[in-house]
Design a protein. Structure first.
Length: 144
């Protein structure tokens, strides 16, 4: 059977889309999971420099779920690292820690041309990111 040229183009486009999707999410990476942030104040489009939800129990609860679905497979359940990625309980608290947290969660970590940590800027809302930060900070421990 001859495939009409239009259908062939559609098939080719679908095949290309599938191929590029597997490049972006290569080596068995798990898709980022959306986080439902209902119940938290909305933050608007501009990225804040500091966590507006620090100490907010609702944010900690939502952040726990977001963390468990998106971060725990590398950074460990309940933020206790098994050694695959840094232990985020030791991330600095306060605004200094916020800045580094945002840099990493937005951009991921590319090392020698591959992502050791995927960027989450297109996958998670700012509300979800700060909720996750709130949860991580609630688990903070000092060095030692
Ligand atoms: C595929 C594994 C993976 C996933 C998933 C992942 N990370 Fe990471 N993350 C890493 C690795 C590896 C590093 C260390 C990168 C380096 O050596 O600079 C890192 C570094 C970080 C850092 C900087 C830590 C430091 O001490 O400098 C933060 C903050 C961070 N990740 C947050 C997150 C959050 C929040 C999530 C979930 C939304 C997440 N990561 C998901 C692998 C991952």
């Amino acid at each position: 059977m001859r495939i009409p040229p239009i259908a062939r183009r559609t098939l080719l486009a679908a095949a290309l889309a599938a191929a590029s999707a597997s490049v972006v999410h290569g080596h068995g990476d798990v898709q980022p999971q959306p986080v439902d942030t209902k119940g938290l104040p909305a933050l608007g489009p501009d990225l804040l420099a500091e966590n507006p939800y620090r100490g907010n129990p609702k944010a900690v609860e939502i952040g726990y779920s977001g963390y468990t679905q998106n971060c725990a497979r590398c950074h460990g359940l309940e933020v206790i690292s098994g050694g695959l990625a840094p232990d985020l309980r030791r991330l600095e608290t306060g605004s200094e820690g916020d800045a580094w947290f945002m840099e990493r969660i937005q951009n991921g970590a590319m090392i020698n041309g591959t992502y050791k940590m995927p960027p989450f800027r297109d996958a998670l809302s700012q509300e979800a990111m700060w909720a996750i930060r709130s949860y991580i900070e609630s688990r903070h421990v000092d060095e030692g």
